[in-house]
Ligand binder design. Sequence first.
Ligand code: OOB
Length: 568
Amino acid sequence: MTATRTPRPVGEGVVPYPPEVAERYRAAGYWTGRTLPDLLDEAVAAHGERTAVVGTGPSGPQRWTYTELDARARGLAAGLVEVGVAPGDRVVVWLPNVPEYLEVVFALFRLGALPVFALPAHRASEIRYFAEHAEARAIVTVGRHDRFDHAVAAAEVAAEVPSVRHVLVAAPTAAPDLPAGALGLSALRRPPPGDLPGDGADPSSVAFLQLSGGTTGLPKLIPRTHDDYLYSVRASADICALSPETVYLAVLPAAHNFTMSSPGLLGVVHAGGTSVLAPAPDPDTCFGLIESERVTMAAVVPPLAAAWVQAAPRTQRDLTSLEVLQVGGAKCAPELARRIEPALGARLQQVFGMAEGLVNYTRLDDPADVVLHTQGRPISPDDEIRVVDPDDPDEREVAPGEVGALLTRGPYTIRGYYRAEGHNAGAFTPDGFYRTGDLVRITDRGDVVVSGRVKEQINRGGEKIAAEEVENHLLAHPDVVDAAIVGVPDDFLGERTHAYVIPVADREPPRSAALRRFVRDRGVAAYKVPDTVEVVEAFPVTGVGKTSRRALRAALADHWRAGRTASD
Ligand code: OOB
């Protein structure tokens, strides 16, 4: 590992809520002055002997009560302190859905370190960027998972990023097969101590950095405070009627905002229920867990909901415990929405949220029409919503019920991305509204209907892809002079990616398979590799492209559609 230097404190890159606004949120009772470690303390006090988490980790199946989870988190926190992880340090958490995820995250909260959340699908290029941007002290990951050795990739990143001192691996206790310099988590577990440095954390401070889908070349990090996040967790748990009887199946990656807090794993901790971590999202795995753990609630993206609906009639598994299926992350088509309850015997709840803050839910007692055709309404009476004309430089509001761009501000929506001053100037209005990039209309009842997007992002079945990021990877190829990524309709995913690539003149043009492999080999998440690549001599549209990338992408998307219609 290269020489380390002292990372700057996290607060430096954070846009705070204006003091008078913060005061208002406190006075309204949204911000209660509690912290994420307090959340676990409260669960231990009220529900200590209830099962907190069930799942299969590197050391096999696990089932921990709240008391056990807390003891493990405290013990691990003590070990982390010993190796030098200190309050304020950032730690990249790159874990699949294993029970150790909750142990690690609460250990970091306990010692006042900040998780930087990564998705299991991320690869070295994303992890390197998060570690660099957050000046992370450590990376916590697993060994081989999903045919990929995360620990080896993490060790490579650690060798390149000066701030990173440790690679910590949730590995089998008996046979930890670790790259040089990495430490197994089991070697760090100590008897749980009493006090830990994070126990007295400032509730208005940043608790962790969450990941954004991204609209530009590099993904942004989202600083969330204890106060704002816990408000969204408590209010979500209430809206979704969580109780100690709730058994929540975490199907999507645990670190995603949907799985973590809508109401997700943390909502379950608040309610004293049980979280079951699904090792894979397929119907076989999940139906088996629904039956064996008597799961009452799960959260999925639309393509998974469709796969479950399709598999349900043939399953031998008993799914009768499932009461609610949350669907979100991408638009749930009404045709799919209608099939959920008949196929799965569970009520549908639509969730339209974003890691930056705002989350909307259809309510459990909403009429069928609202649940099928809208994405629900915001959590908080103080979520401010403006629907504005996307083409109006003054961002004037559209007439009630008309489609426009959604701007929002509220008690759990950030005021700026982390260390992103330039980007923030465009992503937020001067008075602190977040420009979501979503096109919506608001119904008479006040429910939100998502109808499209103005941001340069592709929503591939809930996985967000910034066109520019993928274009930059293609442009790194020596035989490529230009590239444009567009989203094209896909029956299963809603949308998939298509790349138009212009090769260097007078050379053998690269093949599409080779270009896809090139992007993958640069160490990016597989979902970002273009689904199809078309090598073209020039962009097959004229009169655009010189003005803006945005106009070019739009014209190319039209061109793709026109080609389909002509040949169908
Ligand atoms: C969730 O969070 P992110 O940060 O991965 O993505 C946010 C974006 C939204 O701005 C919107 O473009 C899209 O994902 N989106 C939806 C949607 N839910 C999210 N578009 C249409 N319909 C929906 N129901 O995706 C997320 C965070 C918390 C809870 C749920 C989802």
